[in-house]
Design a protein around this ligand. Structure first.
Ligand SMILES: Cc1cc2nc3c(=O)[nH]c(=O)nc-3n(C[C@H](O)[C@H](O)[C@H](O)COP(=O)(O)O)c2cc1C
Ligand code: SF4
Length: 513
């Protein structure tokens, strides 16, 4: 009988040598006349252990990591195929502390299954949500999503059920489901990992969305810098279609849904939903004036759902296990779980899915184990390049939408980037303005002109030219951008700037050498 060995095909694991390790295991097994079946799974998200390889044994999967090509012969010698001891042996995978303490709903199968095998997906509970959806009316599906309390994971945290209801309520016509997989926020990779590790969950979620609102065509707008996710999606869509889960007669129900992938145009603003729609239509990614909302007049002027990857991938479990099951996770108005992505100057970076409500401190120290440099952590930036900088004094804040908003921060897509005490916060404030100036679509003045003026002002502050007056102007400019911008790029650039000014004023008043 073949022994199953799992080596991730995830981009992070590949960048750390997983492809070479897989080839070495294959070669070594052949040399020794052993029958090994290599399965290329997703990553478990514990990046400091990648490449993390696993072996299926009678008692469960044993993990070894981080494995290099040089380690492979020694692993065979030690009997890793039977889960035997070795310096890289981590024990049973499911017992690894940082995995065991997670509450994985969206990432429940990531790292466990072969990402592009429909059989493996179904064997692990996949497509139970779609099967249930096919027994419900469109209104009942939308109600379940509303009842679950799911809010968009792309950044704005808008209730997904309400968005779907708006599309459902539009008169019958060509409607669309679009998935925002542009994932432009710094330090975020949940969408990528989900698409590489369990693409069928996204495909299932989009199919349910289509059936719920009467849309027969879906598009995944995928950032072009994700070639591995692209490959996994193409393979998984083909597999779903071949098995009757996509197409003109889904599982013999007479319902129709088709799905295609479109590659992004490589600009941060293309992640903003109306720019994304412009880009999907083949135009320059420029923000549209709202109203009309995309739910009423979206892609090609038709009613369109725009949802993030994680929002859509949360739907199958809501349908399969019920809205109450999902709603039981979380706190306050933040229901369910959130895949948190920990990056930057941190010892143990990775993805950790937990119910809303754990604190930043738990994430940074229990999972992240402190800074990679060994120095004191001074700040984290939560929610991407437009997120606020949060000082160490606020690390006991709970990770939920309202608690973060109460301290002037936002959760965004769940990315947390760590900085130690060598960070220069005035430099980071300048960087926020520079980022906005580079990425601005140019449609409105506060962002297009304001960000460039912001860089100039910050340069004067840093050079100690009329410093207090220029700091005052920075504050006023932030106020204008916050209230006068057409979209979140110009409208949220003030968050990192203002938080840096508020919590780290001393960095703006350093003596110039
Ligand atoms: C400048 C800017 C960039 C954005 N980038 C993304 C992105 O990369 N991915 C994403 O899902 N949402 C992004 N958003 C949010 C989208 O506009 C939109 O709110 C989201 O796709 C809706 O899906 P959700 O309700 O499922 O979160 C961005 C917003 C702004 C203002
Ligand atoms: S805020 Fe910036 S990115 Fe958004 S519409 Fe205005 S110019 Fe374009």
């Amino acid at each position: 009988m073949n022994i199953k060995v799992y080596v991730p095909r995830d981009a992070t694991a590949l960048s750390l040598g997983a492809g070479r390790v897989a080839a070495a295991i294959d070669r070594e097994a052949q040399r020794r006349g052993l029958r090994v079946q290599l399965i290329r799974n997703g990553s478990r998200g514990l990046f400091w252990l990648e490449p993390l390889i696993e072996v299926a044994t009678a008692e469960g999967r044993h993990a070894y990591g981080p494995v290099t090509v040089q380690d492979v012969p020694g692993l065979f010698d030690a009997g890793f195929l039977d889960g035997k001891a070795h310096p890289l042996h981590l024990g049973l995978t499911e017992e690894i502390k940082e995995l065991k303490s997670q509450q994985r709903l969206t990432f429940a199968r990531v790292g466990i299954i072969d990402p592009v095998s429909v059989d493996d997906y179904v064997a692990h509970g996949g497509y139970a949500g779609l099967k249930r959806a096919l027994t419900l009316s469109p209104g009942e599906i939308v109600d379940a999503v509303t009842q679950s309390g799911l809010r968009g994971r792309g950044g704005a945290a808008f209730p997904t059920g309400i968005k779907w209801k708006t599309v459902l309520d539009q008169p019958p016509q060509q409607k669309y489901v679009t998935c925002n997989a542009d994932e432009g926020d710094s330090g975020t990779f949940a969408d990528r990992m989900l698409m590489e590790g369990d693409p069928l969950m996204l495909i299932e979620g989009m199919t349910i969305a289509g059936i719920a609102v009467g849309a027969t065509q879906g598009y995944i707008y995928l950032r072009a810098e994700y070639p591995h996710a692209h490959r996994a999606l193409i393979e998984a869509i083909a597999a779903a279609r071949a098995s009757g889960y996509l197409g003109s007669n889904i599982l013999g129900s007479g319902k129709q849904f088709e799905l295609d992938v479109r590659l992004g145009a490589g600009a941060y603003i293309c992640g903003e939903e109306t720019s994304m729609l412009e880009s999907l239509e083949g135009k320059r990614g420029e923000v549209r004036v709202r109203p009309p909302l995309p739910a009423i007049k979206g892609l090609f002027g038709r009613p369109t759902i725009v949802n993030n990857v994680i929002s859509l991938a949360s739907v199958p479990v809501i349908l399969a296990k019920g809205a109450d099951f999902y709603k039981d996770f979380g706190t306050g108005k933040s229901r369910g779980t959130i895949p948190l992505q920990l990056a930057g100057n941190v010892k143990h970076g990775g993805l950790f899915e937990r119910a809303f409500g754990l604190t930043l401190r738990e994430l940074i120290y229990d999972y992240g184990v402190g800074s990679a440099s060994g120095r004191e952590i001074r700040a984290v930036q939560v929610g991407g390049p437009l997120g606020a900088y949060i000082p160490a004094s606020q690390f006991d804040t709970a990770i939920d939408y309202e608690a973060l908003s109460a301290i002037g921060a936002l959760l965004g897509h769940g990315g947390v980037v760590v900085f130690d005490d060598t960070v220069d916060m005035a430099g980071m404030a300048r960087y926020a303005m520079e980022f906005c100036a580079k990425e601005s679509c140019g449609k409105c003045t506060p962002c297009r002109i304001g960000s460039t003026r912001g860089v100039e002002l910050m340069d004067r502050v840093l050079a100690n030219v009329d410093r207090e007056r220029n700091l005052q102007l920075v504050e006023e400019l932030c106020d204008t951008m916050l209230h006068g911008s057409l979209c979140g790029l110009g409208g949220m650039t003030p968050f990192p700037v203002q938080s840096a000014l508020k919590y780290f004023p001393e960095d703006f008043r350093k003596t110039v050498q």
